[in-house]
Design a protein around this ligand. Structure first.
Ligand code: GTP
Length: 597
C-alpha cells in the first residue's frame, strides 16, 4: 500500500488499564475480528499471561480502516510487552512504530508503568495519543488524569481522547486520531531494502518466523536477504501479515509490517533488532541495534535428579520462542546437575520458572539470583561475573562495579516515610519527588539492581497496602564495595549458598543464613559448625549441637570409671566423623533455605 496510507502504532499502558480490551475493540470496529472472536481476548492467549495480566508476546496485527476523509488506511498494531523488565524488547517494538496510544485508567490515573513506558516512547520520538479509558466507571476522575498527563508526563491535557473500551465509547475518535496525528512512514532514501527484525517465533514447518517492519524498499519471496549484524544470507520463502491469523502476501512495501519465513533453523541465527537488507545491493543498518543481554542469573536444578533430561529438553523448547532466555549446564555440590540461566529481569525470571513448573510439569529449585558484576582486576582487565562461584580472589580485584536501576515508585502520601526507609535500606538514593495528585507522590530513585531482586516489589506493596506501584529502567553501572559471602558447614563451603553482597550487608546476611541453616540441618552424632565467611574471615557462626547417644545406658550399676571410659570413646568417634566432614544435609534443607531468599 501507498506509505501515506499506512500507520504503525502500539499501545502502552499500565497493567489492567485496558490495553487488551481496547485492542480487541479496534480489531472489532475495523471488521478484523467478528463478534464471536471479540468474546475471547485475542491478543493475550497464553494462560500464564492472562493470569498475570501481562503481555509477553503477541503478533503485530494489520487492520483496514476507512476514515472520515473517505480514504482507506492500513493500520498496523504492534504489540509491546508492557513491563519494562523487557525494556529492550519494548524499545525494539516501539522502533517499528511512528506513534503510540497511551492508555490511562480514568479511575486509577497515571501509574509507575505508564511513566516508564512513556519515557521509552519519547526516547523513540513517537507521537503519543493519550487515551483516558474506563470513563464509564462511577469514580472516574477525568480532570485529575488530565492534570497528571500535563504535570508528570508533559503531555498536553486537551489532546486526550475520552474512551470506554468496554462500552465502545471513543473508538472512532481513536481511529481518526491514529490517521490524523501519527505521521505516515517515510522511506529512508537507502538504495535497497531495510527492514527491522523486531521479534520472532518458532514454527515447526517454517522454521523461525521473523516479525518485520519494512523501512525502505520491499520484501518479496524469492529474494536473497542478508541480516546485517549476524552476516547471514537467506532466500525468502514467504512473507505475510496477521489479521490476526497469519496470511500470505505477495510483498511487504515501505512502512508495512508483517512476517517473513526463510527456512531459518535456529532462533540464534536471527539477532532481534537486526536490519534485513537485499543481499545483492546491501543498504546500511538502521540505527539503534543493541544485543539482548541477560541482566539477572540464577541456577535452576531439578528437585528430582531423574528429571534432569526432561528439564534440559524443556529449556531448549522454551528458548525456541524466547531467545532472550539463556542457559548452560552447571553442577553444584549441594544440588547436583542443573543449569545456570540468564534472564532479562525479575519478571522474566519468574515467568520462565513458572512455565517450567506449569507447562512442563517440572519440580525445580532456583538458587539465589545474581546480577552481572563488572570486576576490574589488578592486571587491568575487566571480567563480567554473574555467578558467585566465578568471583576472583579478593587480592586480584581492583574494583567491582554493580548494575544500577532508576525506579519510578508511586505511593499514597501517608506511606512515604516508610518507603524512604525501605529505599535507604536497599542502598537507594531518591533523585526526585513529585506530587501526582492530592493523595499520591511519585519518587524517582536510583537503586542497585541486586537489592531489588528478592522482595523489593512485595515490600512496596505491603508498605502501601497494595496502593503503590513500581517500575524501573536500567541506568548503567556504579563502583560498589561488593564482597563474596561463603557459607561453610564444618569448614566446607556450600556452593548453593554463596552470594555476592555489599560489604555493609554481608554480616547481617551471613547471620541470617547461618540461623536458617541451623534450623534445617538435622543434629548429627557430632557437632556441626555453620559459618559465614568473607575471603577466609569468619563473620558469623552457629552450632548444631551433637546428638548425645546414651552410650552409658546399658551400663547400669555404679562403676563410674567404666562410664567415663565409654564417654571418652564416644568423643573420639565424633572427632573422626567431624574430620571426615560427613555432614548430611537433606536436600529439603537447601530448598527451605533457598525459598526464603
Ligand atoms: P493486561 O493485558 O493485563 O496488561 O491488562 P490490559 O491493560 O490489557 O487490561 P485489560 O484490557 O485486560 O482490562 C483490564 C480490566 O479492565 C478488565 O477486567 C476489563 O474488562 C476492564 N476494562 C477495560 N476497559 C474498560 C472500560 O472502558 N471500562 C470498564 N469499566 N472496564 C474496563
Amino acid at each position: 500500500m501507498e506509505p501515506s496510507l499506512i500507520r504503525n502504532f502500539c499501545i502502552i499502558a499500565h497493567v489492567d488499564h485496558g490495553k487488551t480490551t481496547l485492542s480487541d475493540r479496534l480489531l472489532h470496529r475495523t471488521g478484523t475480528i467478528s463478534d464471536r472472536e471479540m468474546q475471547e481476548q485475542l491478543l493475550d492467549s497464553m494462560d500464564l499471561e492472562r493470569e498475570r495480566g501481562i503481555t509477553i508476546k503477541a503478533h503485530p496485527v494489520t487492520m483496514y480502516y476507512t476514515a472520515r476523509n473517505g480514504k482507506r488506511y492500513e493500520l498496523n498494531l504492534i504489540d509491546t510487552p508492557g513491563h519494562v523488565d523487557f525494556s529492550y524488547e519494548v524499545s525494539r517494538s516501539l522502533r517499528a512504530c511512528e506513534g503510540a496510544l497511551l492508555v490511562v485508567d480514568a479511575a486509577q490515573g497515571v501509574e509507575a508503568q505508564t511513566v516508564a513506558n512513556v519515557h521509552l516512547a519519547m526516547k523513540q520520538n513517537l507521537t503519543i495519543i493519550p487515551v483516558i479509558n474506563k470513563i464509564d466507571l462511577p469514580h472516574a476522575n477525568i480532570p485529575l488524569v488530565r492534570q497528571q498527563l500535563e504535570d508528570i508526563l508533559a503531555i498536553p491535557a486537551d489532546s486526550a481522547i475520552l474512551a470506554s473500551a468496554k462500552e465502545g465509547i471513543g473508538t472512532d475518535e481513536i481511529l481518526e486520531a491514529i490517521v490524523e496525528r501519527i505521521p505516515p512512514p517515510q522511506p529512508t532514501g537507502a538504495p535497497s531494502l531495510q527492514a527491522l527484525a523486531f521479534d520472532s517465533y518458532f514454527d515447526t514447518y517454517k522454521g523461525v518466523v521473523v516479525y518485520v517492519r519494512v523501512f525502505n524498499g520491499e520484501l518479496r519471496p524469492g529474494m536473497q536477504i542478508r541480516l546485517l549484524h549476524s552476516g547471514q544470507t537467506y532466500e525468502v520463502k514467504e512473507v505475510g501479515s496477521f489479521n490476526p491469523k497469519p496470511y500470505v502476501r505477495d510483498r511487504l512495501g515501505v512502512g508495512e509490517t508483517g512476517y517473513l519465513a526463510a527456512g531459518i533453523k535456529s532462533p540464534f541465527e536471527v539477532k532481534l533488532g537486526d536490519t534485513i537488507t537485499d543481499a545483492r545491493i546491501p543498504s546500511p543498518a538502521l540505527p539503534g541495534f543493541q544485543e539482548v543481554r541477560p541482566m539477572v542469573f540464577s541456577g535452576i536444578y531439578p528437585i528430582n535428579t531423574a528429571d534432569y533430561e526432561h528439564l534440559k529438553a524443556s529449556m531448549a523448547k522454551l528458548q525456541l520462542n524466547d531467545p532472550a532466555f539463556v542457559y548452560q549446564p552447571e553442577t553444584s555440590v549441594a544440588l547436583g546437575f542443573g543449569f545456570r540461566c540468564g534472564f532479562l529481569g525479575l519478571l522474566h525470571m519468574e515467568i520462565v520458572q513458572e512455565r517450567l513448573r506449569r507447562e512442563y510439569n517440572l519440580d525445580i529449585i532456583a538458587t539465589y539470583p545474581s546480577v552481572v558484576y563488572r570486576v576490574h582486576l589488578t592486571n587491568g582487565t575487566v571480567k563480567e561475573v554473574d555467578n558467585p562461584a566465578h568471583m576472583p580472589e579478593p587480592n586480584y580485584i581492583a574494583q567491582i562495579e554493580e548494575p544500577i536501576i532508576r525506579a519510578y515508585i508511586l505511593c499514597p502520601n501517608e506511606y512515604i516515610g516508610d518507603l524512604l526507609l525501605l529505599i535507604t535500606e536497599k542502598r537507594g538514593v531518591v533523585e526526585n519527588t513529585e506530587t501526582l495528585d492530592p493523595r499520591r507522590v511519585m519518587l524517582t530513585a536510583r537503586l542497585p539492581l541486586n537489592e531489588i531482586l528478592i522482595d523489593f516489589h512485595d515490600r512496596i506493596k505491603s508498605i502501601t497496602h497494595g496502593y503503590g506501584s513500581m517500575d524501573y529502567e536500567h541506568a548503567g553501572y556504579m563502583p560498589s564495595d561488593m564482597v563474596k559471602l561463603d557459607m561453610l558447614v564444618n569448614g566446607e563451603p556450600v556452593d548453593a549458598f554463596s552470594c555476592i553482597v555489599h560489604r555493609d550487608k554481608a554480616e547481617s546476611r551471613g547471620r541470617l543464613l547461618a540461623a536458617k541453616l541451623k534450623e534445617v540441618i538435622p543434629r548429627h552424632q557430632f557437632q556441626v559448625a555453620i559459618q559465614a565467611a568473607i575471603g577466609g574471615r569468619i563473620i558469623a557462626r552457629e552450632t548444631v549441637s551433637a546428638l548425645r547417644k546414651d552410650v552409658t545406658a546399658k551400663c547400669y550399676g555404679g562403676d563410674i570409671t567404666r562410664k567415663r571410659k565409654l564417654l571418652e570413646r564416644q568423643k573420639e568417634g565424633k572427632k573422626r566423623m567431624k574430620a571426615i566432614g560427613s555432614v548430611h544435609i537433606p536436600q529439603e534443607a537447601f530448598i527451605e533455605v533457598l525459598k526464603t531468599g
